[in-house]
Design a protein around this ligand. Sequence first.
Ligand SMILES: [Zn+2]
Length: 174
Amino acid sequence: MSPVPSGRVHNLINIAAYSVLAAGALYAARQELLIITPAQALNFTLAYAAGTFLLSPDLDLAEGRVDSKRHWGVLGALWVPYGMLFSHRGWSHSWLIGPLTRLLYVALIVALVAGLIRFVAPDAPLPSVPQPVAWKLVAPLLLGYYLSQWLHLIADGVRPDHGLRKGYRKVRGR
Ligand SMILES: [Zn+2]
């Protein structure tokens, strides 16, 4: 099996790809080929950074020591159940479901914390999602997040049909 990039290499690949993309987008905007609002650019960048540094597919190793868990500091412990739940380079490394599992996992933790706060202090003000949800701002979030994830998978040599093929077997190693 070919060696799989370490967390550091994944970060460098994603940063390099972002630089190329940002330069391209800036050029296209200057040439008036593309209209990107500052809010859209910010959302894309934030989601891309979160996907690269905080929500890496390699969190499936969070039962042990892994770069993406370290970025969470003490909160890294929250990812241990995720690491135990998902085998390394299994569903966590699939193209559509994989990134979704980590979003849902974060949503679950946020819901648990919010529920706990509601329970302990029923009158505490909680931030809410602004309604209606603006797709013009959600789309760049999803795009940035998924792109960061897909670059990781490409660097890992994981194909888009990963997990869908028959006779798919767990790949071991980092
Ligand atoms: Zn990986």
